[in-house]
Design a protein around this ligand. Structure first.
Ligand code: HEM
Ligand code: HEM
Length: 304
């Protein structure tokens, strides 16, 4: 269905993406500064909205405030989509984002109340990355580029490009999951370190197939290069984070180099996963699925 481009809605969605980057950084700082239980109660902090901002409380409470800010902003996003969107599934997507941010907030609270047990911090870390990808997707799906008429390209290869880019996202997500498992002391580092070459191989394969099948499509070229550079940066950051950890193993933690490198590694992990989802959406927008091609051909309409 054709939809109208609303620059205001798109810009608002981009603002939420920026806010979410700040929130991911604030959340990762809570973990790295070991401040998760600095505030023992929830939804209030020490029974108030304005506790003394000292020590770990400053990290934990500011994370809660920035998260509450995102919650309010997502209510606005869902309302804007409901009001202005012509695509029914986009309206529901806005509501789904609202449901997700609410769930994530409650999960954060439970993480504290249940004293970091039951894999809750791992779930909270992983849903944060999904939440970020949802916001980036909404910004992309409301962009002028997505709404305009675009040429369509036929996928000649097997497995289909849609399968490959989706698998790529799944592999990256599994790597995030085992990274969070290690970060929150539920897993050893081994699965995450072994996962890194698998992620790298998956990204190289995805990018190579995209180049081979769609050499002339500039948008596909762009996401391909982005995937390559971000995965390279992320592996480098992972190595530096590990080196900082080993190097300061005997020092009193949290040490600045360990905090800085792990926080950046966590946030860039979210950026990598979101980029892989954008790759899925770009392919979905430009490359008709086989059954769509078959349907159009049997109706006598060969896709452009
Ligand atoms: C609603 C949006 C929220 C998002 C996107 C979010 C995101 C994050 C992220 C990215 C982390 C870091 C995870 C890691 O480094 O592994 C984190 C940690 C944490 N968040 Fe949130 N958060 C949200 C809401 C909340 C709320 C409302 C609370 C309420 C208490 C909360 C409590 C925590 C705690 C305690 C940690 C540290 C967990 C640990 O160190 O084990 N979060 N959050
Ligand atoms: C290939 C791509 C990689 C991705 C997508 C990735 C992603 C992540 C993410 C998202 C986290 C934090 C999880 C959370 O939110 O709690 C994490 C943690 C971690 N990653 Fe990676 N990672 C990658 C590669 C690597 C590599 C190559 C190394 C080093 C050999 C590494 C070392 C670490 C370490 C040490 C942590 C825990 C940080 C800490 O709490 O001290 N990562 N990774």
């Amino acid at each position: 269905m054709k939809a109208t481009y609303h620059p205001g809605v798109h810009k608002y969605a981009l603002f939420l993406v920026a806010w979410a980057v700040v929130l991911l950084t604030a959340g990762a700082l809570v973990t790295s500064e070991d401040a998760a239980l600095a505030v023992p109660d929830w939804p209030l902090s020490y029974g108030t909205l304005n506790p003394p901002m000292v020590g770990g409380i400053a990290f934990e409470h500011s994370h809660r405030l920035i998260a509450a800010g995102l919650g309010l902003l997502v209510i606005g996003l869902a309302a804007l989509l409901w009001r202005y969107e012509e695509r029914p599934w986009m309206r529901w997507f806005g509501l789904a984002a609202l449901g997700m941010v609410t769930f994530q907030g409650i999960l954060g609270g439970l993480t504290v109340l249940k004293l970091l047990h039951y894999w809750l911090p791992v779930m909270h870390a992983c849903i944060a990355e999904i939440m970020f990808a949802i916001l980036v997707s909404i910004a992309f799906l409301t962009s002028h580029w997505y709404m305009q008429d675009l040429p369509q390209y036929v996928d000649q290869g097997t497995p289909s490009i849609h399968f490959i880019v989706t698998l790529n996202s799944l592999v990256i997500f599994l790597q995030v999951l085992v990274g969070a498992g290690f970060r929150h002391k539920y897993l050893t580092l081994k699965p995450h370190v072994f996962g890194a070459p698998i992620v790298l191989a998956m990204v190289i394969w995805t990018a190579a197939v995209l180049r081979r099948r769609f050499p002339e499509v500039p948008e596909i070229g762009r996401v391909r290069k982005l995937l390559h550079s971000i995965v390279g940066l992320q592996i480098l950051l992972g190595l530096v984070a590990l080196w900082a950890r080993i190097n300061s193993a005997d020092d009193p933690q949290p040490m600045f180099p360990v905090v800085a490198t792990t926080v950046i590694h966590t946030v860039v992990g979210a950026v990598l996963f979101a980029t892989s989802i954008i790759t899925v959406l770009v392919c979905d927008r430009l490359v008709p699925r086989r059954r769509e091609v078959l349907f159009a051909t049997t109706k006598g309409e060969v896709p452009a």
